[in-house]
Design a protein around this ligand. Structure first.
Ligand SMILES: [Zn+2]
Length: 560
């Protein structure tokens, strides 16, 4: 290795680029006035994203006050049906921003501003920004109340620290290490060895081989030849909780030389989908198991990963034992080692031989066309060069052909475009057509636009697609209407079988009234007390519309 390459190697392995240029002297106090325990930590692996913050337990209750951890001002409040539910953003004098999700309620003046916006817009989903002098806060001031709103399954506070105007997620762990007790080391569940297509072989075959890790080791030696990559399944535990957490760092050594490392210090909000390149996405999609690759796919620029010149791929080109060691640490520095061996044994490497498959380069625009289907994958959307074997499948709905774009699902950095031709005979309103992803557990609506006999939609995943139709209006069901007057709450459950709910609108005596929707429960709720409804008889008019333009209207007399 030349000296320059050696230096590049050392730099790239030793220093995954840190997102923190800001001073280490900045501190944050606790946002809660009781002992801190986590139900989730930073960078944990979630479907299509990294966990952007840490989740503080709130003693199993909603309504706990949240305290400003540093001086600044409340700069934004948002309300959504899923996601963070009710959330606020605080811009701090120290240059950081903090975010608080799943709130039970806002401070009164914030709540009033949010409500005003909701009545202006005629809809409950809002995003309100505030000026610096409107709601200033000092360290220790109450800024909101913790809860369970949005996509949250138990009371907790989702807390984020952001830099660069909110575009960069920073690990909050470093600010709270001393307030959290963790004497327990990470756990390694399994390792997987993957032969690179056409360049390697593992245990005589071209597929990934998985081995359970027991007592920090793999019992038998794995045999391989050629170019192979390792992946690891691991998690972390902490004192005084039974939760499972993400690990902080992973280092892979082969014969004591560092080949790959990751450090969960932070990442850009725009990079969160790169989790699908770092992890073995197909494995997560099929089995719900998270295996993190210790090699870096060609189009995975995630800065928290670093590797040698081989991008972490290991060349087994001698008939000998290769000693592999994983060093995995949590945020507190508790460390676990996992050691095993790969035996280099000369073997023939099979070449992919499907002559109908498409070999796609990730760095160019690719178009794949079949009868009644066209797929456009823009340059930079595949995470690596990919062999795509397209197969037609029996259509479920008979509206278009059904295509399986590859036997294994292929995640994309953002999206590709698929067009499917609609059989010309049905005579239906074309706005009712949509593209759906066909899976083992049923179909998932993707959407799409109709033009000249074709439906075109953006897809984040190469999987199985066909056209379906949605002519069925949303289902709207009153929940325990007898209790509405007594409880002061009007509650409906709403759902839609096809393309899903797009919007809803409630009118009371002909005037807009606020209904809130929770995607978690599928319930639409109007709090009559909070909306200052007068006692007496009222006429409710509620319309729920789906993404295909079908709607259901309910007219009802309410006695309050
Ligand atoms: Zn969270």
């Amino acid at each position: 290795m030349s000296i320059i390459l050696f230096i590049i190697f050392i730099l790239s392995v030793a220093a995954p680029s840190s997102v923190l240029a800001q001073s280490d002297s900045i501190t944050f106090s606790s946002p809660l006035n009781f002992g801190l325990l986590l139900s989730g930590n930073f960078g944990e692996l979630r479907s299509n994203h990294f966990h952007a913050g840490i989740d503080f337990k709130t003693q199993g209750a909603v309504g706990r006050p949240i305290l400003a951890p540093a001086d600044g001002y409340i700069s934004r409040a948002t309300v959504t049906a899923g996601g963070y539910g009710r959330a606020i953003y605080v811009t701090h004098d120290n240059g950081y921003m903090t975010v608080y999700g799943h709130l039970d309620s806002f401070l009164k003046p914030i709540a009033e501003r949010v409500r005003e916006q909701q009545y202006n817009d005629g809809y409950f989903v809002v995003d309100v920004s505030f000026e610096k002098d409107e709601y200033p806060v000092s360290c220790g001031d109450v800024i909101a109340f913790a809860g369970n709103s949005g996509y949250s399954f138990g009371p907790h506070l989702h807390f984020e620290v952001r830099a660069n105007g909110g575009t960069q997620l920073v690990s909050p762990m470093r600010f709270y290490l001393e307030r959290l007790t963790d004497t327990k080391s990470p756990r390694v569940q399994a390792v997987a060895l993957t032969p690179r297509e056409g360049e390697g072989v593992v245990e005589g075959g071209a597929s990934t081989v998985t081995r359970k890790v027991i007592h920090s080791s793999v019992r038998d030696t794995l045999q391989a030849w050629g170019r192979v990559g390792l992946s690891v399944q691991c998690d972390d535990i902490m004192d005084n909780t039974s939760n499972k957490y993400g690990v902080y760092s992973i280092e892979l050594y082969v014969d004591d030389s560092l080949r790959f490392s990751s450090r969960m210090d932070g990442y850009a909000l725009a990079d969160t989908r790169l989790i699908n390149a770092w992890s073995d996405y197909e494995r997560f999609f099929e089995k719900g198991e998270w295996f993190l690759r210790s090699y870096i796919l060609e189009n995975n620029p995630l800065p928290l990963l670093a590797a040698d010149r081989n991008r972490g791929w290991i060349d087994i080109d001698e008939e000998r034992i290769y000693n592999v060691k994983y060093r995995i640490a949590d945020f507190h520095g508790n460390t676990t080692f996992c050691k095993f061996a790969i035996e280099g044994r000369r073997d023939s490497i099979s070449q992919p031989c499907d002559s109908t498959a498409h070999y796609l380069y990730w760095f160019i625009n690719n178009t794949v066309a079949y009868e009644g289907m066209r797929l456009d994958i823009p340059s930079g959307q595949l995470f690596a060069n990919t062999t795509l074997a397209v197969q037609e499948q029996p259509s479920r709905y008979g509206i278009s052909r059904c295509y399986n774009l590859n036997s294994a699902v292929v995640p994309l950095r953002k999206e590709a475009r698929i067009s499917l031709q609609v059989n010309g005979t049905s005579g239906l309103d074309p706005s009712k057509y949509y593209i759906c992803r066909v899976g083992k557990k049923g179909s998932v609506a993707v959407g799409g636009e109709y033009k000249d006999g074709w439906i075109t939609a953006n897809i984040p995943l190469l999987a199985t697609y066909e056209v379906a139709v949605d002519t069925v209006p949303p289902a709207v069901k009153p929940i325990a209407p007898k209790n509405w007057g007594r409880n002061g709450q009007i509650v409906f459950s709403i759902g839609d079988k096809g393309r899903g709910i797009k919007t809803f609108k409630g009118l009371l005596d002909g005037k807009f009234i606020l209904f809130e929707y929770s995607s978690k429960s599928g319930r639409l709720t109007c709090n009559m007390r909070r909306e200052n409804v007068k006692r007496g008889k009222h006429q409710l008019h509620l319309t729920v519309t789906d993404n295909a333009g079908n709607s259901t209207t309910i007219e009802r007399t309410i006695i309050y």
